[in-house]
Design a protein around this ligand. Sequence first.
Ligand SMILES: NC(=O)c1ccc[n+]([C@@H]2O[C@H](COP(=O)([O-])OP(=O)(O)OC[C@H]3O[C@@H](n4cnc5c(N)ncnc54)[C@H](OP(=O)(O)O)[C@@H]3O)[C@@H](O)[C@H]2O)c1
Length: 338
Amino acid sequence: MSTSPAVNRRVTLANRPSGMPELSDFALVELPIEAPAEGSVTIAVEVLSIDAFIRTVMDERAFHGAAEIGGPLPALGVGRIMHSTVDSLQIGDAVFAPLGSQTVAELPAEFVRKLDERVAPSTAYLGGLGFATGVTAYIGMMEVAGVQHGDTVVVSAAAGAVGSLAGQLARIAGAGRVIGVAGGPEKCAWLVDEVGFDVAIDYRGGDLDGQLRAAAPDGVNVFFDNVGGEILDAVLEQIAFGARIVICGGISHYLDMGNVVGPRNYLKLAERCARMSGFAVNFYAERVGEAEAALAGWLAEGRLVMHEQHEHGIENFGHAVRTLLSGGNRGKLLLDLR
Ligand SMILES: NC(=O)c1ccc[n+]([C@@H]2O[C@H](COP(=O)([O-])OP(=O)(O)OC[C@H]3O[C@@H](n4cnc5c(N)ncnc54)[C@H](OP(=O)(O)O)[C@@H]3O)[C@@H](O)[C@H]2O)c1
């Protein structure tokens, strides 16, 4: 167990970035730790989840609500209760909450979930069992995609957190062939050798259309898209009759959300009687219990593996966000403050 911090070190939004955030768009401040208000708890933050939405909330208009200049960035995390005013949460309890970009968080108890570390280590609640990772991949692949036995499934940002799980879930759902799209030969080799994808396509390696045709000669039945843009257009060109395209995210747009361009190849949906459906996991809160139980079972059996990449120190929050946006992560990117 980590020792209780003496001050709260908080990363704040210094400027709204244009494009890739600069390190100067983040500031580090130190704040005193106050006693929690009645009904609230104080949490020593141990590990933060670095997610793509952190970039989108840096914009003035954001689906998840804009972060304020001078305020913390939102981030999910796990930590340990330092002070409590409620009986249900005791000092030392491991918890999950929207802790934000800081080393100490004070939150009303209703926003804080106590974790059972006998079920899984606390970081699993950010990755394989995490709402924005495991549960997202589960809803997208097991519910929205409607995978059928023998399907050829393509996943973009396949070496990332959601993508690496989505590919493994496609296999569990009965897919016949699972194809990942990722940046660079090392990530592609990792996907095939260690994560269990059948084929991995390097979208930075040129001739994406040709690589996809070779990987899915009979067409793509399911596309789980985390990226949008050129990758979405290339897969649309290659969809099979009755294909299902799941829009989980569009990270290729997140650095310039004011100029999102729709898919050039969308008429393939009509030509091939295909459908494209999006989803946002926050509308599936009632499915969390079911998703976690299923994911925990597959993780315990080894049928599902969540690779974690740990960066360290709150002062590296901005660096970690840049790492995610530039593809420097494999699997779940976490910022470890322990
Ligand atoms: N629908 C929902 O409710 C929901 C919930 C959570 C997350 N999401 C979405 O899921 C996606 C993945 O999120 P994550 O947190 O798991 O992140 P992640 O996949 O672990 O990391 C992001 C990855 O995206 C790839 N990437 C970045 N810029 C790209 C570009 N311009 N073109 C192609 N690939 C690019 C990078 O991999 P490469 O090296 O391969 O480029 C990077 O590693 C995001 O789109 C996110 O918004 C959706």
